[in-house]
Each structure stands twice: as structure tokens, then as C-alpha cells.
Unconditional design. Structure first.
Length: 286
């Protein structure tokens, strides 16, 4: 069905289905007609793509994805939206809707079963209450996907796409860069949604790559990143010694071995620096 961004059409469909918005499920539906075609173009970059969509709502983005992709699998938690999607997207035979919580699904299996032989992309206007867990699940599980194109709150977009070494960078910036190249594609005002959220949004694209560094132990690597940013105004030496309960002299030697200035702050460190520190800490245990 076209015109899914038309407020009159949305109100008519929703009232016929007795649907009311759930704030708890982050239901802010897109009503700006230019956003979904642009997102779908940014996500589907070839003619052999399968797309995993998270939270289709009434199907406004799904509709654009279906026109461009070989197949779309849309995972929606709110089962009240299933009959709505039947009505709005019933004409497409390349859609599968799954009623589930994205955080609970075995995504390796889903991709294997649904997208055999296709390039896979993830695309979504994410429910904001689970932005970080969803993105970290998609990245940490090392899914065979080419890219993740998602709408997130503007502040989250800035943090996720920050250049290492700048004030906006944080632990998640470093973790994200380990797995992918992030880009902030475009900003979207709060008036583009119904109901309008309090904050503006932005669309980002994460293009996955092989990790550019190879820490000996990933768990230690991520603990070091988290620990270094735990007290970001302090030096890495101070922040790490308190968060990892490490003796300062031992840590000085570790930073020395890793070639990291003991007076540096976490935001100045590259992921190669974090990997070198993590390796030096890990060797203590070996
Ligand atoms: N894609 C639609 C759009 O752009 O208008 C709706 C986006 S709305 C921001 C988020 C959607 O995610 C809602 O449909 C909501 O019900 C769904 N959702 C919320 N939590 C979810 C979860 N854990 N797993 C799957 N879908 C979820």
C-alpha cells in the first residue's frame, strides 16, 4: 500500500484495527515521505539483497525495502501490528513477518534459513529503548551482514559515529569501530514522526569489516575499553587502575609496554592502543 506516511491513511488504518501507540515499545512511526526511500536506497545496494528489518510498525519502511530487495524479513514484537501489516503489505510475496523480540532471536539461524545465497543488510527505525543492545548484539554475534542502516536518536548517532580522539567518542565508539566503519548519513527532525518524540534523530550506516586489530583476548580488550572510559576525565592510568583494580606501578609498566602515554585520556587512544594494553594485561595471566 502506498501513502503510508499520510496521516489520514495512518489514522484510518489504526482506528479500524483499534490500535493505540505504546510508548514502552518505542512506537514513533515515520510520516515524512522522503525518509524511507532514502534509507532503503542507503541499505539495499545491489540486486541480490535480503533485508532484516527490526520493528516494521505499520510497514512504511518495509514497503520501500520490499521494492528494492529480493526478500525482507521483518521482526515485530507487538502482535497487534500483524493484522495491520497484512493489510498494508499483503500485495508483496517477498515478505516474511516474524512476531518476536529481536533481542531473543537466534539471528545466525534466521539469516541462514531465510537468506541463503543473498547479501544481507539490516535496516530499521529502531525502538530507541533498545538502540545499544540491538546494535551490540548485531555486531558481537558476527552476523554475516554487509551493513546496518538504522535510525537512532541524534545524540546516539553522534556517539556511535564519533571519530576516535574527539570529545564525542566513548566506549561504544571504540567498540563499534572494532567491527565496522560508521557513517552519519542524515538527520531527521522530531516532526517526521507520529507521535513526535522529544528529540531529533539521525540515520547511520555501519559497514562491517574484519576487525582491524587482533587482541589476544576479546573479553580483556572490551574490559579495557570500558575501564578506560569509566572515569573519562581522569588519565587512562587512573581510570584503569581503579576500574580493573590494578596496581598503578604494574599499570605504568603495562602502558609503557603498550607504548601509551601514562597521562593520556581514553578519548585520545586508538583501538590499536586499547588492543596493545589488553594484550599486555592478558600476558600477566599467561
Ligand atoms: N518501522 C516503523 C516506522 O518507521 O514507522 C516503526 C518504527 S518504531 C520506532 C519501532 C518499532 O519496533 C515498533 O513497531 C515497535 O512495536 C517495534 N519493537 C519494539 N521493541 C521491539 C523488539 N524488542 N523487537 C522487535 N520489534 C520491536
Amino acid at each position: 500500500m502506498e501513502r503510508l506516511t499520510d496521516i489520514g491513511v495512518i489514522r484510518d488504518i489504526l482506528s479500524r484495527h483499534g490500535f493505540t501507540f505504546s510508548k514502552a515499545l518505542g512506537q514513533n512511526f515515520l510520516i515524512n515521505p522522503s525518509v524511507c526511500p532514502r534509507m532503503a536506497d542507503d541499505a539495499v545496494r545491489g540486486d541480490n539483497f535480503g533485508v532484516l528489518e527490526i520493528g516494521p510498525g505499520i510497514g512504511v519502511l518495509t514497503n520501500e525495502l520490499l521494492k528494492r530487495a529480493k526478500k525482507v524479513v521483518a521482526v515485530e514484537l507487538d502482535k497487534r501490528l500483524l493484522p495491520v501489516l497484512d493489510e498494508t503489505l499483503g500485495e508483496f510475496d517477498n515478505l516474511k513477518v516474524i512476531n518476536a523480540d529481536i533481542l531473543e532471536l537466534d539471528l545466525h539461524r534466521l539469516i541462514d534459513e531465510e537468506f541463503g545465497g543473498m547479501d544481507v543488510a539490516v535496516c530499521a527505525n529502531l525502538p530507541y529503548y533498545i538502540t545499544s543492545p540491538v546494535i551490540m548484539k548485531l555486531l558481537e554475534e558476527r552476523l554475516p551482514v554487509k551493513s546496518i542502516t538504522v535510525m537512532v536518536q541524534k545524540e546516539a548517532a553522534v556517539r556511535l559515529c564519533a571519530e576516535p580522539g574527539t570529545r564525542d567518542s566513548s566506549a561504544i565508539t571504540a567498540a563499534v569501530r572494532y567491527y565496522c566503519d560508521p557513517e552519519l548519513l542524515f538527520k531527521v527532525s522530531s516532526g517526521s514522526f507520529m507521535p513526535a518524540p522529544k528529540v531529533d534523530s539521525a540515520v547511520i550506516r555501519l559497514t562491517l569489516h574484519e576487525p582491524s586489530v587482533h587482541p589476544k583476548d576479546e573479553k580483556t580488550f572490551f574490559r579495557v575499553i570500558k575501564g578506560a572510559f569509566a572515569q573519562r576525565r581522569k588519565t587512562v592510568l587512573n581510570s584503569l587502575s581503579s576500574s580493573l583494580s590494578l596496581d598503578k606501578q604494574i599499570l605504568r609498566d603495562i602502558l609503557d609496554t603498550a607504548g601509551v602515554d601514562v597521562n593520556a585520556r581514553a578519548e585520545r587512544l586508538t583501538i590499536a592502543d586499547f588492543a596493545a594494553i589488553a594484550d599486555a594485561i592478558y600476558s600477566l595471566k599467561e
